[in-house]
Design a protein around this ligand. Structure first.
Ligand code: ADP
Ligand code: MG
Ligand code: ZN
Length: 480
């Protein structure tokens, strides 16, 4: 990223998060993704006259869960409102959302970056329904798929507290990670289940008033978040330096050109004419409900990172790697429970297992089980196999059901610790190399390595290096 000299960037993110419920927000239609168009619709989500919405209890629970995990206060009474606009993928002509009385307010997410912590306050979290999808085909034709219409969303509105593109990217990463831990969202920017709008402005360093902001829409990849915001900051600085003013508008990002472009003007926004939804009563959430949801929260990634460092003695880096996905953290914890030794377990998982782990949404594809890795760590710890052999065994067992002990037995891989056998081999080698023995005895002690090498060659590397060394030193000191 680049420096902005006299200007300070100010960034506030609005994130739309699809909740992973089985059914839609106000009807029983399935939320399943990728099915034939318009197969998950009913009078409610099509907005047919007379159809009445009923709030999905699972969606409410997930929304409260996410709000609590992000430190928000839950309103005991919130109000659904109609946000009126016309668009082909919005059959009702309005979206049911929440407006001046949202579900949750006053949260925060701490973002650690380059050794400092930025507290990004969360202004509000509200529940709303998603629109359908317009699919633009060839020859200028467009078709509408309403399978997504009515899917539950929460919108997480951040305060303008972020001060660099890197902070914004890190905030999104932490937010996504937290939601995945909650099982509330799969964090997929590309497929649009996790969508981010970035509000960006700049001001002269030292100024307290906020500059005019633009809103960057449709950032569809984590790779582009920081670049898109950086490009927009530079554009605004150039506008101001030319003596012009930044216009309040919505802009998109062209990743190929690495620049933002104007989509629509917001200055004369006619407004959505919000009004309370007449078909839904106020949403009442009791304190008892909220405390039940709170009691059910899992350990969150930030808490896990802190605990791995303080209780298990892992480096902050290792703690970060192992907690980046809940399935990886669960794997580490399961292996640790069987194997003990947090540092060795952590090192091995990072060095070997994570090399070929792929995570998608809530799940991770792990090539081995915790029991396999724990058994392998035990064989290495008690000296049955060497560290090098452990890597070999790992490669052999990955993707199979085989236990490492069986692989070691089948392949005769166990380290040779039979001292009598090693003495016999050593005597043979010393007898076969009288010149080197004489040179060693004359003071060329570096030749020890030569004898060790010979013996290792005889045993195909399976002899215990400790025993080999001590046997050779002893025999050389007292040649028979
Ligand atoms: P609106 O009511 O028009 O949606 P809000 O005040 O609710 O505007 O802010 C919407 C989003 O824009 C929030 O995420 C907020 O942090 C961000 N934001 C507001 N003003 C600025 C600004 N000057 N610079 C950057 N972000 C801003
Ligand atoms: Mg807004
Ligand atoms: Zn429906």
């Amino acid at each position: 990223m680049t420096a902005y000299s006299d200007y300070e960037p100010v960034i506030g993110l609005e994130v739309h998060v699809q909740l992973l419920t089985h059914t839609k927000l106000f009807c029983g239609c399935s939320t399943s993704f990728g099915d034939p168009p318009n197969t998950h619709t009913c009078p409610v989500c099509l907005g047919l006259p007379g159809a009445l919405p009923v709030l999905n209890a699972e969606a409410l629970r997930m929304a409260v869960r996410a709000s609590l995990a992000l430190g928000c206060t839950i309103a005991e009474k919130s109000i659904f409102a109609r946000k009126n606009y016309f668009y082909p993928d919005l059959p009702k002509g309005y979206q049911i959302s929440q407006y001046d009385a949202p579900l949750a307010e006053h949260g925060a997410l701490d973002v650690e970056i380059d050794g400092y912590t930025r507290r990004a306050n969360i202004r509000r979290i509200h529940i709303e329904e998603d629109a359908g999808k317009s699919v633009h085909g060839a020859a200028g034709s467009s078709i509408v798929d309403l399978n997504r219409a009515g899917t539950p969303l929460i919108e997480i509105v951040g305060d303008p507290d972020l001060r660099s593109p890197a902070e914004a990217a890190e905030y999104l990463k932490r937010l996504r990670e937290t939601l995945i831990y909650l099982g509330a969202n799969d964090g997929n920017l590309e497929q649009g289940s996790f969508r981010c709008d970035a509000n960006v402005s700049v001001r002269k360093r030292g100024a307290t008033a906020l500059g005019t902001r633009t809103e960057l829409k449709n950032i569809t990849s984590f790779k582009f978040v920081a670049d898109a915001i950086d490009g927009e900051i530079h554009r605004q600085i150039r506008v101001i330096e030319r003596g012009e003013r930044v216009r309040m508008e919505t802009r998109g990002y062209n990743a190929d050109k690495r620049e933002t472009f104007s989509m629509r003007d917001k200055e004369n926004d006619a407004g959505y004419r919000y009004f309370p939804e007449p078909d839904l009563p106020p949403l009442l959430v009791s304190q008892e409900y909220t405390s039940n949801v709170r009691a059910d929260l899992p350990e969150l990634p930030a808490q896990k990172r802190a605990r791995y460092a303080s209780e298990l003695g892992l480096t902050p880096y290792a703690a970060g790697v192992l907690t980046a996905h809940p399935a990886v953290a669960a794997f580490f914890e399961a292996t640790l429970a069987l194997a003990g030794d947090p540092v060795k377990t952590s090192n091995f998982i990072q060095a070997e297992v994570l090399r070929d782990v792929r995570t998608t949404g809530l799940t991770a594809d792990l090539p081995v089980t915790a029991a396999q890795v724990a058994d392998l760590l035990r064989l290495a710890a008690d000296g049955t196999i060497s560290g090098k052999q452990a890597k070999e065994v790992y490669t052999l067992m990955a993707g199979t059901q085989q236990m490492p002990a069986d692989i070691v037995r089948e392949r005769n891989m166990a380290v040779l610790r039979d001292e009598a056998a090693i003495v016999a081999l050593a005597e043979k080698i010393l007898a076969a190399n009288p010149k080197q023995v004489a040179a060693y005895l004359a003071g060329k002690t570096a030749l020890l390595g030569f004898f060790v090498g010979q013996l290792m060659k005889e045993t195909k590397g399976s002899a215990s290096p400790d025993i080999v060394n001590s046997v050779l030193v002893r025999l050389l000191q007292h040649p028979s």
